[in-house]
Design a protein around this ligand. Structure first.
Ligand code: LAC
Ligand code: ZN
Length: 463
């Protein structure tokens, strides 16, 4: 997409970039540009004109200063695992990859904190932290980078207990459009000092600044973990159980819902027996066996009272890992099952009490369009996805209409257009409806921090 607001990347601009970050960290090769043109969704791809790989915060700041002066757009890139086109360079310009800033800067084990560079994938971080008995809790599934997770406020399966990315960060260093480097937040867990700029940058999708360093909260790896799968005759019984389990005060570490079509699909693909009925996956963490057992007994009682047809609890690590692997890979498994098709991935969230109504609305909408969709959701926090296969222009239009109906219903129920995948360009058209005049306030903030609009243009607001 070309835009009169932006300048093209020129030979002298490339030379200046190479001066700032080193010629070996700048590429205009078509292959590199193609590798940074699309995310993991089916959203359209756009090519940047140049890809750069800075190694330091100062280099990130220098690239932004240069681009700001030249009027060239800059889109930050972690690993491209997002699902709403969030890091796709829709206006061309520079893709600023954080891939080479992927180290741990400092471990503050006694404070349960770690300071990292933004390009470090969270699974790699957790592998390195494991010997210390600590982990970073948000787990979006794909091996997203810390910077990308914070920029999009990614969440995942364990959010119900440990919170989303925004709840697990204390301090950021951010490069602004004009090349300033600022610190926001602090290493203190309690913070009451001035405006909460930390959380302004979290979820801003690279439109207000580029995260160059982050201090994260860590949790002790739980002593004991159990996994539970419970199947129900009806979707309604399964989702009502979700509300009861939350209400019991048990604090599940995960409380996931899958519908019958998805249960069948995952069972075939992963060799885990999930039956062919709507099911809940749960995980419980505890420091003592007795606490864990008491929790499991309560959960079993709740599930039975809701007419569960199967209930299986396990503390066996291999079985637990297989089960969660099947859940984490739900999207990839659906993709493999429909090799000729693409998927639209819905992502809405509602207050937990409205979750049954949200699910019922989705079922009715899919039925009305005679569509198969795979429902899967972080039910414990009211977050729901539908994976909708489409093959041609006509089925794409139907999927788009279903997405729209579901988003509008989520907003109607007091929820939001996106629980965890962010806005990108996929959800931009719903922002006015969701936020009303608050969207104008967001625009003012954007204008203040990025007056030339060079940072990830075309996201959140509109193309
Ligand atoms: C999941 C991704 C799609 O929950 O967010 O599997
Ligand atoms: Zn999800």
């Amino acid at each position: 997409m070309t835009n009169a607001l932006f300048s093209p990347v020129t030979a002298s601009f490339i030379t200046a970039l190479a001066n700032d970050v080193g010629a070996e960290n700048v590429s205009t090769a078509p292959a590199e540009r193609r590798l940074h043109a699309r995310d993991m969704s089916a959203h359209q791809e756009y090519l940047a004109e140049v890809v750069v790989w800075p190694h330091t915060a100062e280099q990130v700041a220098a690239v932004l200063r240069l681009a700001n002066e030249a009027g060239v757009p800059v889109t930050a890139w972690g690993v491209g695992s997002s699902l709403e086109g969030n890091p796709v360079p829709v206006h061309g310009g520079v893709v600023l990859s954080l891939a080479r800033m992927n180290g741990i800067t400092a471990v503050h084990a006694d404070d349960f904190q770690v300071t990292v560079q933004p390009g470090l994938p969270y699974k790699d971080l957790n592998r390195q932290l494991a010997p210390l008995g600590l982990f970073f809790a948000p787990d979006p599934g794909a091996n997203a980078t810390i910077g990308g997770m914070l920029a999009n406020n990614a969440a995942g399966i364990r959010t119900v207990k440990y919170g989303a990315s925004k709840d697990n960060v204390l301090r950021l260093q951010v490069a602004l459009a004009d090349g300033r480097l600022i610190q926001v937040g602090s290493r203190s867990v309690k913070q009451a000092s001035g405006y909460d700029l930390l959380h302004l940058f979290v979820g801003s999708e690279g439109t207000l600044g580029v995260i160059t360093e982050a201090t994260l909260k860590l949790w002790p790896i739980p002593e004991l973990m159990s996994a539970v799968v419970a199947s129900f005759e009806t979707v309604a019984a399964a989702v009502e159980t979700v509300v009861l389990v939350r209400g019991s005060g048990l604090e599940p570490a995960a409380l996931e819902f899958i519908d019958a079509t998805h249960a069948r699909l995952l069972s075939q693909a992963e060799g885990v027996d999930l039956g062919d009925q709507p099911a809940l996956f749960m995980e419980f963490h505890a420091a003592h066996q007795a606490t864990l057992q008491m929790g499991l007994d309560t959960v079993q009682e709740i599930c039975r009272s809701m007419g569960a047809v199967r209930f299986r609890a396990t503390t066996d690590p291999t079985e637990r890992r297989r089960l969660w692997h099947a859940r984490h890979a739900a999207y990839e498994i659906a993709l493999r099952a429909h090799p000729q098709q693409k998927f639209m991935i819905l992502d809405v969230a509602v207050p937990i009490s409205a979750f049954p109504a949200m699910v019922a609305h989705i079922e009715a909408t899919l039925d009305a369009h005679a569509l198969t969709g795979y429902m899967v959701g972080h039910a414990g926090d009211g977050n729901l996805h539908v994976l909708l296969p489409f093959g041609d222009e006509a089925s794409y239009r139907v999927a788009t209409a279903v997405n729209e109906a579901v988003v509008l219903q989520a907003i109607e129920l007091g929820g939001t257009a996106t629980g965890e995948h962010g806005v990108g360009f996929g959800k931009a058209r719903f922002m006015t409806r969701e936020h009303g005049p608050a969207l104008d306030v967001m625009r003012v903030i954007k204008q203040t921090l990025d007056p030339n609009g060079i940072l990830n243009p075309g996201k959140i607001f509109s193309l």
